[in-house]
Design a protein around this ligand. Structure first.
Ligand code: IMP
Ligand code: MG
Length: 177
């Protein structure tokens, strides 16, 4: 059995922030950016975000994924590996990178360096959760859902050893199980 999770952000709170971020992104772009999700953690947030973007964008929305792995159980080590690559081309395009959480920033730094090599016209970062107190490298976060303190959170894409990703809310595991 999974341990109890203390809820920090419930489904309604998440939905509200996703809608607000989608509105902000729509207001900032004349046409849809190419959306690049960092697998696996970004997936639930990114799917909800895509659906919340303006319906007029939906026919032209292009999205893809990058796989970033930091070799650690739960906390990131700083040893970031990118596996695979984008299928879609981003040269000359505006890109929006989506992740569930920016912690030390090392994953996003590696992803941004990788993407910039492809000569997009612009790269912006959208993260549902931001833990600025843990930052080791600067990350230009353009769109942020929630700021969180230095807690290890799970749910809505975020895992503890691959569990809890399917939760509709975000919270803290009570007893570390
Ligand atoms: P960073 O490279 O330290 O910014 O960490 C980014 C990655 O570490 C995220 O994409 C998550 O996979 C993982 N991570 C960092 N903090 C948490 C957390 O509180 N809960 C779950 N995963 C986390
Ligand atoms: Mg993880």
């Amino acid at each position: 059995m999974a341990a109890a999770v203390r809820v920090l952000f419930d489904e309604a709170a998440i939905d509200g922030r996703v809608a607000a971020l989608a509105a902000q992104i729509a207001a900032d772009h004349d046409e849809p950016p190419v959306i690049v999700g960092i697998r696996n953690g970004a997936v639930p947030f990114m799917m909800d975000l895509l659906r919340a973007l303006p319906a007029r964008w939906h026919p032209d929305l292009v999205f893809d994924f990058l796989d970033a792995t930091s070799y650690a159980g739960s906390r990131s080590t700083g040893d970031i590996r990118l596996a695979g690559d984008l299928v879609v081309g981003v040269e000359g395009r505006e890109v929006l990178v989506v992740d569930g959480i920016v912690d030390t920033g090392r994953t996003m730094e590696a992803v941004l360096n990788h993407l910039r090599g492809k000569k997009p016209s612009q790269v912006r970062v959208c993260t549902l959760l931001d833990k600025p107190s843990r930052r080791a490298v600067p990350v230009p976060v353009a769109y942020r859902g929630f700021e969180v303190e230095d807690l290890f959170v799970v749910g809505y894409g975020m895992d503890l050893d691959q569990r809890y990703r399917g939760l509709r809310h975000i919270g803290v595991v009570e007893d570390g199980a």
